[in-house]
Design a protein around this ligand. Structure first.
Ligand code: NAP
Ligand code: 12T
Length: 340
């Protein structure tokens, strides 16, 4: 039986993630009956294309969700906190991209390649959370390893693109880079320091334990998605002057012994992952190759020679696609096919 066509709302449709959300719905031929684009009052009245239709952007309001089957939110944490319950009260299922609901015990946190079964718990609050971009690209390859060799500890450092912060940050890196090369001044507005030609060990806000919120998302979300609280995770998250795609240096310690060659063979068979690992030909995952497609690229796969059961990896993925929009649309596809 073909999947029933659904009424969809995209909240935050004018943003960096919202734009990609629209593109993913089009590319994947999502079964859309009617579609609504929602944003702040600033964008109300603007027109955006969906397939061949011109859609007028509406201001997001409490009553925006009547008759909507699935609402995909990427309009900031505050907006999700306030409006996701309104949407759920009107019978709409929310797939939320912000960090507002991720650690709520009654909200499933889903990466379809890892824990698709958790989607069934959407009925508790009417909300499904999409994980943080850095966490998604890490757990897809690591879950395959965990299932076979049991991961005890993860040490990760990230190299994150500015597009993760939104449209204004993309413009800041562009304008600041041009200004500096022209010997002109360009004040930082989005980031607390110059991002062009720099690395900032600071993503999201600092917490009392000295870590950033982004670092703690990687710790807590990984355990929730992999459904294993025994996995130890420690993270350092860094913003780098890259437009699209986050990269991660990951060190793993496993319970069972595993070689780099066995990891390569396993990841070659893992859905959503592409092994890009031929150092003698200078082939390894690059941000510029990951950008614009959905696979998570994994390379530089090596035995960690400092411990008995250790592996090192370099993982790169498009943070706006698999890190945000694609993952959310994949969740919506499962809802449409199996639940609604
Ligand atoms: P962005 O480019 O700044 O876009 C923000 C969007 O939210 C715009 O459409 C904006 O509408 C809308 N918006 C802002 N305030 C609003 C309000 N009060 N009411 C209604 N709409 C409002 O940001 P972005 O990068 O797309 O990110 C947006 C969200 O996605 C954030 O919640 C972020 O946490 C989440 N995100 C998640 C991931 C992930 O890891 N999965 C990655 C990146 C972002 P206007 O155009 O009218 O201002
Ligand atoms: N601050 O979804 O700035 O929790 O790159 C994602 C990306 C929050 C999130 C970023 C952020 C999230 C960023």
């Amino acid at each position: 039986m073909p999947t029933k066509k659904l009424n969809i709302a995209v909240a935050g449709a004018t943003g960096a993630v919202g734009n990609q959300m629209i593109a993913c719905l089009e590319e994947r031929s999502f079964p859309v009956n009617q579609i609504k684009f929602l944003a702040s009052h600033r964008s109300a009245g603007r027109e955006l294309k969906f397939n061949d239709q011109q859609i007028v952007v509406e201001e997001l309001r409490e009553n925006s969700f009547k008759g909507v089957d699935i609402a995909i939110f990427s309009a900031g944490g505050g907006t999700s906190k306030k409006f996701a319950p309104c949407a759920a009260a009107d019978g709409c299922v929310v797939v939320d991209n912000s960090s507002a609901w991720r650690m709520d015990a009654e909200v499933p946190l889903v990466v379809p390649e890892v824990n698709p079964g958790a989607i069934a718990r959407y009925t508790q609050k009417g909300i499904i959370a999409n994980p943080n971009c850095s966490t998604i690209q890490m757990v897809v390859p690591l879950y395959a390893i965990h299932r076979k060799y049991k991961i005890k500890r993860i040490v990760v450092s990230t190299y994150q693109a500015v597009s993760g912060t939104g449209q204004k940050a993309i413009e800041e890196l562009d304008n600041q880079t041009r200004a500096i090369l022209a010997d002109e001044k360009y004040a930082s507005k989005v980031y607390p320091h110059q991002i062009a030609f720099n690395c900032l060990p600071h993503i999201d806000v600092f917490l009392e334990n000295g870590y950033t919120k982004e670092e703690m998302k990687m710790v807590n979300e990984t355990r929730k998605i992999m459904e294993d609280d025994t996995i130890q995770v420690t993270a350092t998250t860094v913003r780098v002057p890259v437009f699209y795609s986050h990269s991660e240096s990951i060190n793993l310690e496993t319970q069972e012994h595993v070689s780099a060659e066995e990891i390569k063979a396993l990841l070659r068979e893992t859905s959503g992952v592409q092994v890009v690992d031929n150092p003698s030909a200078d082939i390894y995952p690059l941000a510029t190759d990951a950008a614009g497609q959905d696979d998570i690229l994994v390379g530089r796969i090596r035995d960690d020679e400092s411990i008995p059961n250790g592996i090192n990896l370099w993982v790169t993925a498009d943070n706006i696609r698999k890190g945000a929009a694609t993952n959310a649309v994949q969740i919506a596809e499962i809802l449409a096919k199996d639940y609604l």
